[in-house]
Structures are given as C-alpha cells and as structure tokens.
Design a protein around this ligand. Structure first.
Ligand code: BTN
Length: 240
C-alpha cells in the first residue's frame, strides 16, 4: 500500500515491465493523476476510496482480453454485496452503478507482443466514503459512493478483501471453464440489455438496441444498418 502515487495504473505498468508476477497488486491511498477511460481524469482523493491496479498474465489471445473487464466487474459487484449488503448494477462494459449513479470505474489495459498478451492491468477505482460535497461540481449528479448509498461509513479493507477473493474465484473458474459462466453472471447484473442505447465510440456515435454481449465480451448493438460490434464506448440509455 502506497500513501500517494500519481496513478496505480502507471506504477503497475512499470512493475509489469520489470516482470512483476501475476497477482501483483498496487494500491494507493491517494492518486494525484488517476486515469479514467477515454483519457479522462479519475478523482482519487486521499482516504476516501479504493484505488488499485492488479497485474495478470493470462495465457489468452488478444481478442479475449475484454472478457477480463467483465470478469472484474462481476467480482466487484459480488465483493461489494458480500462486504456491505449493497446491490449494484453493471453498465456495459465496466461501470458499476448504484441507483443509476456511478460508484466504481474499471480501466483495463494490456501489454502485448505480436498476438500474445504479456500482461493485463486491471485498474479499479471505488468511491467508498465520499460525502456528496467531496465530488467535483460536474460529477455531483452522476457519481455516488458506497457510504452515501449505505448511509454509514464503510470499511475499505473489508470491501477490498471481498472483491479480491471474489476475483480470485472467478478468475480460476475462467481459466478452467472459459468465459461462459462469467458471461451468465455478468448478464444477470447488467442494465440495459434489450433497451435502446446510444453508444459514443472513438469512431462515431451509434444508436440501437443492445442485444447482449458475444462470447468475446463485445457488445452487440442492433442498428438500422445491421448488428454492430461495440468494443469500447460511452453508453447512454435512451428512454423512448
Ligand atoms: C473509468 O473511467 O470509469 C475507469 C476509472 C479507473 C480508475 C482506477 S483508480 C485505480 C487505477 N489507477 C488509475 O489511474 N486508474 C484506475
């Protein structure tokens, strides 16, 4: 556990380059340059959340790495429920929401060599004990914390422990039995499957009905032009 890091994700990349073994976990009490998806900033105040990055070295082809993001989301949902009793939902691919507000974000990054995975780094940011006023103005309406939802202070160590235990079980299961058991669990926690969505990707914005995820963990969107595979996007559910 580090008191302060610029980003646990950055540190984990450095350790992975230095051959750190699978299972190496980098944790910080505060990040000064926490990174979110799509080059966003991740607010990581001191003492309020869980900011951690896990190094994995799975022997899987590159196109299967999105599955690990979904596996991590399942482990987070289960770990939070076990530690706090709170029920959370997954918004594809990897946001964890409570009553529609974001409490957890997951950033999966990969180091690859030709077509093989060298390492996968799963960065998880969990808002645990923030008060409403701790969030910056632009996040106040869309972010929440476990303690705001539970109405009491939450023990960060217990949440982390339950998530890591759940991750370890799910990961072993995945390496032995493949993605299908994870896919079923993920779908049971997912919001918006069967609904109309807007998916903003780096290659444009697409509208359509979310059909589900495929065997690789990619979102299938039924658009007017046909079924489109969405690998990474910001999703907005549309009420029609
Ligand atoms: C998202 O945009 O939703 C993903 C946020 C991921 C934040 C976590 S906090 C721990 C790790 N270190 C980082 O710099 N980012 C991830």
């Amino acid at each position: 556990m580090n008191d302060v890091l610029s980003s646990t994700q950055k540190k984990a990349h450095e350790l992975a380059n230095d051959n750190a073994p699978e299972g190496t976990l980098v944790v910080a009490d505060k990040q000064t340059a926490g990174r979110g998806r799509m080059s966003r900033v991740w607010h990581s105040q001191e003492g309020t959340g869980i900011w951690m990055s896990l190094i994995l070295r799975p022997d899987i082809p590159l196109q299967k790495t999105p599955q690990l993001t979904l596996l991590a989301a399942v482990a987070v949902v289960q770990g939070i429920e076990e530690a706090t009793g709170l029920q959370t939902d997954i918004k594809w691919p990897n946001d964890i929401l409570i009553h529609g507000k974001k409490a957890v974000g997951i950033l999966t990054e990969m180091q690859a060599e030709e077509d093989r995975v060298r390492s996968v780094i799963i960065g998880t940011g969990i808002n645990v004990n923030q008060e409403a006023d701790d969030f910056p103005e632009e996040l106040k309406e869309i972010a929440t914390s476990l303690s705001l939802a539970a109405g009491e202070k939450i023990d960060r160590a217990s949440v982390m422990q339950h998530i890591l235990l759940s991750f370890e079980k799910r990961y072993r299961d995945y390496l032995t039995h493949g993605f299908t058991p994870i896919k079923l669990l993920w779908e049971s926690y997912a919001l918006g499957i069967g609904s109309e969505l807007r998916a903003r990707t780096l290659n444009g914005t697409f509208y359509g009905k979310a059909l589900g995820i495929d065997e690789e963990g990619v979102l299938l969107l039924e658009t007017k032009e046909g079924i489109k595979k969405i690998y990474s996007a910001d999703i907005e559910m549309r009420s029609l």
